[in-house]
Design a protein around this ligand. Structure first.
Ligand code: ACO
Length: 321
């Protein structure tokens, strides 16, 4: 039997942290107290205008590949989860492949599932590896969400940040991903979307992220609880035997409510939303890498990663690290 396991992690955040007070100083009608109380966010990173998702992905990927003890040429599948691609085409994955110097004919494609994108990408890559068709996949979440924010909409612009996280997933004799679940229900798209499209050489309609925050909050708490239970039941694993929960980092109150529903204490939850804000598809691999590098996550531990995002999409994976 072929399994897939995470062999290395990496992440990258652009520039210096931008505090809530920095946003106030930039003219946004908000306050540190409001943002911290409603979201838990204290800082986020914002990429310079000439930095793209593939730039951030490249730095995170180099670190993940090095952590796995590999060279870029060892990768035979590149999957990038992003809602902020460098361009309409080619895919950000193909551009990343070129930046990494992978010239071995590896497959490369993007996944668009917004904040669930990394869980989607991980699940897809796992199936490629378990089929025997590929041996080492680079799975990346990379975003420059600051590009699709309406900086005059204080209800959304304070919530997001830019960054990238990556893992190398490789074939293994022992189980590394114990269970996965992916879902979507496109009927909920009006509560979180970037409605604009491209036609006749220009963006038609609204190019910025629009959100009904309270509706998103309720939906997120419900499905994050359900999908975590789903992967636990699928693997026959009890919640109390899980070492770490890594939910999508949108809002500390969503994270706390999800942990409570699962009966997981907050000291078993990896939370980075205070420092990173919501980095969409990058949030889970960023949090995973941080906790691996600071020594909290160790070999042999069980981890749930789970996400929810526009679409709506949601999903989870139970990992044996
Ligand atoms: N600073 C100060 N005041 C603000 C700000 C701000 N940045 N934003 C909104 N307000 C004001 C509003 O204008 C409103 O004022 P009013 O009462 O005078 O009309 C008041 O604060 C309350 O606004 P609400 O939208 O009702 O605030 P709420 O308590 O719902 O908090 C929030 C808003 C933080 C967005 C919350 O709904 C939330 O976290 N929702 C989840 C959304 C989320 O995390 N999305 C991420 C993307 S989705 C994903 O990743 C899955």
């Amino acid at each position: 039997m072929i399994y897939a396991r995470i062999a290395g992690t990496g992440s990258f955040l652009p520039g210096e942290p931008v505090s809530n007070d920095d946003l106030v100083a930039r003219g946004i009608d908000t306050s540190n107290d409001w943002i911290v109380e409603r979201t838990g966010i204290r800082t986020r990173h914002l990429a310079a205008s000439d930095v793209t998702s593939s730039d951030l992905a490249c730095e995170a990927s180099r670190r993940a590949i090095a952590a796995a003890g590999l060279q870029p040429e060892d990768i035979d599948l590149v999957v990038v989860a992003t809602s902020t691609p460098d361009c309409i085409f080619p895919s950000t994955a193909a551009l990343l492949q070129a930046k990494l110097g992978i010239r071995n004919g590896a497959a490369a494609f993007d996944v668009q599932a917004v904040c669930t994108g990394f869980v989607y990408g991980l699940t897809i890559a796992e199936k490629f590896i378990r089929s025997g068709s590929h041996k080492r996949a680079l799975v990346v979440g990379a975003e420059v969400f600051s590009r699709i924010l309406d900086w005059s909409d204080r209800g959304t612009c304070v919530l997001f940040g830019d960054g990238a996280g990556a893992v190398v997933l490789e074939a293994s004799d022992a189980p590394g991903i114990l269970a996965t679940a992916l879902h979507a229900d496109g009927s909920h798209h009006p509560i979180l979307c970037v409605p604009g499209g491209v036609a006749s050489g220009q963006v038609i309609g609204d190019p910025f992220l629009r959100m009904d925050g309270q509706a998103v909050f309720k939906f997120a708490v419900k499905v994050l609880g359900e999908v975590a239970h789903e992967v636990l039941a699928d693997a026959g694993v009890q919640p109390e035997t899980v070492d770490w929960l890594i939910p999508h980092q949108a809002n500390i109150r969503i994270i706390q409510a999800t942990a409570k529903r699962l009966g997981v204490p907050m000291d078993k939850v990896i939370a980075t939303v205070d420092r990173h804000g919501n980095t969409s598809a990058a949030s889970i691999p960023l949090a995973l890498d941080l906790a691996v590098r600071d020594g909290r996550i160790r070999a042999g531990q069980r981890i749930i990663v789970e996400g929810v995002g526009g679409g709506f999409t949601w999903g989870a994976a139970l990992l044996q690290f």
